[in-house]
Design a protein around this ligand. Structure first.
Ligand SMILES: C[S@@+](CC[C@H](N)C(=O)[O-])C[C@H]1O[C@@H](n2cnc3c(N)ncnc32)[C@H](O)[C@@H]1O
Length: 436
């Protein structure tokens, strides 16, 4: 982690495509021996079956069994058990198969204007994870249900610390967990927090965080991000250049609306917490906007007898937030947004849009994007035991499945599995209307 990075330098590089995965290093982790126990029992079962079976079948079955067992032996070196879906289902649904399932269909993301992406690498993420786990363990709000979990807390902390903004702006504070995360990243930098309910209100019922160096536009002083007079507020806080600020949105508003408002105010560095996949969530997200026919994994099929429908159906059984074709497709086979709707404001507003409008939205977004970077999940699902988000519709995790030793060494095994269940492809974008 460099020590002198700031918003203007050292954020962008053209080296890698948005989803390029680098090996995080840190080898020498213990392999999972529980998997070995599993093949022994399978081998025993196969042998028992062969002794009971007739003459032709054993030859055929032996050949198939050898193929299955050898593939399991290879995979067992890389797998650890996951509580909710281990056992026999895991044996017939191995993780790399899981990933390639949707990999065949692809995962959508937004294209930046000149193919630029961030400068940081998986190695930087891995090093930072080691530092962040003990910080996270000191969080004041241990149970942040309906707020950020571990992955996004780490992402926000990492991005903020890397960019070193002169001002941090947060829209959507809830009990104040994300304010606390921003504070850990930048101990002395001013925060502006916009939220209809002041976090101090939550203190009456339990843990909450109220920051001493934060201006709250909350409670009776609440102003929506889009209605704020940013020029005067920034001036009041000694900020001349809005591109020196980092804006964090966790307010469940239409992200196209927020993007336009941020551009109008001259902000450049934005983080969206809930970057929902197509067909899911309570607001129109960047990922949904960029999910288009020309992106691999975009342009979904609503045909019930298609490969996509079969894959979706199968995966829905494993991942709570996976979307099957019935949920994905709305009237007239509309698949964009959520069933053809552009949701906003926690789904309190829900406007149907045509595919043409959806397409135009993506053209607009891509015309202002300098960088689009989705935070990967910190670790694979067999390590975190997460059961909600669809791993094959997410970037490859920082700690790959099977690397239990590394997961443990970084202290991640000490955390409650529930803190890993809130991942929704948090995204960092760098935007500008001018072609920079
Ligand atoms: C998911 S919570 C935020 C969680 C928080 N960032 C955390 O880390 O725990 C969403 C918050 O957005 C707030 N909210 C609702 N409408 C908003 C708006 N227009 N602007 C800003 N915040 C809003 C809600 O009151 C709620 O506190």
């Amino acid at each position: 982690m460099p020590t002198t990075h700031n918003l203007l330098e050292g954020t962008v590089s053209t080296r890698r495509p948005p989803h390029a995965a680098e090996d995080g290093g840190g080898g020498g982790e213990a392999a999972d021996d529980s998997k070995t126990r599993k093949h022994v029992s399978i081998a025993t079962r196969v042998t028992n079956y062969l002794t009971r079976a007739g003459y032709v079948w054993p030859i055929l079955i032996t050949a198939v069994a050898i193929m299955i067992i050898s593939s399991l032996v290879v995979r067992s070196r890389d797998l650890v058990p996951a509580s909710s879906f281990d056992g026999i289902s895991r044996l017939f649904f191995p993780l790399d198969g899981v990933e390639s399932d949707f990999g065949a269909l692809g995962v959508p993301w937004c294209r930046s204007k000149h193919g630029k992406t961030v400068e940081w690498t998986s190695k930087d993420l891995l090093r930072a994870l080691e530092e962040f786990v003990p910080i996270y363990e000191t969080r004041p709000i241990k149970n942040n249900m309906n707020g950020m979990g571990f992955d996004h807390s780490f992402g926000l902390w990492f991005i903020t610390r890397w960019l070193k903004p002169d001002l941090m702006i947060e829209s959507g504070a809830f009990k104040g967990h994300s304010t606390w995360v921003l504070r850990q990243a930048m101990p002395d930098t001013r925060i502006l927090s916009l939220s209809p309910r002041h976090p101090e209100k939550y203190l009456k019922k339990g843990p909450a965080y109220v920051d001493g160096n934060c201006t709250y536009f909350a409670g009776k002083d609440f102003v929506d991000f889009g209605s704020m007079d940013w020029e005067s507020v920034l001036r009041k806080h000694g900020i001349e250049d809005p591109s020196r600020a980092l804006v964090f949105f966790d307010d469940h508003q239409n992200e196209l609306k927020r993007l336009k408002q941020a551009l109008k105010a001259g902000f450049k560095h934005l983080v969206f917490e809930d970057n929902y996949d197509t067909g899911i969530g309570d607001h129109y997200s960047l990922r949904q906007i960029c999910d288009q026919f020309y992106i691999r994994g975009g342009g979904h099929s609503c045909f019930r007898d298609s490969d996509e429908a079969r894959i979706r159906y199968r995966r829905k059984k494993f991942w709570e937030k996976a979307v099957d074709t019935d949920e994905l497709c709305g009237p007239g086979e509309a698949w964009w947004g959520v069933r053809g709707y552009m949701r906003d404001d926690f789904n309190h507003s829900n406007k149907a849009i045509t595919y043409d409008e959806h397409f135009q939205n993506s053209r607009f977004v891509e015309s202002v994007l300098n960088v689009y970077w989705e935070l990967p999940p910190v670790a694979g699902p067999s390590l975190t035991h997460q059961t909600r988000y669809e791993p094959a519709r997410s970037p490859s995790p920082v700690i790959k499945d099977g690397r239990f030793g590394l997961f443990q060494r970084l202290g991640l095994s000490r955390l409650e599995p529930s803190v890993f269940n809130g991942y929704t492809q948090m995204v960092y974008v760098q935007v500008s209307e001018l072609d920079t």
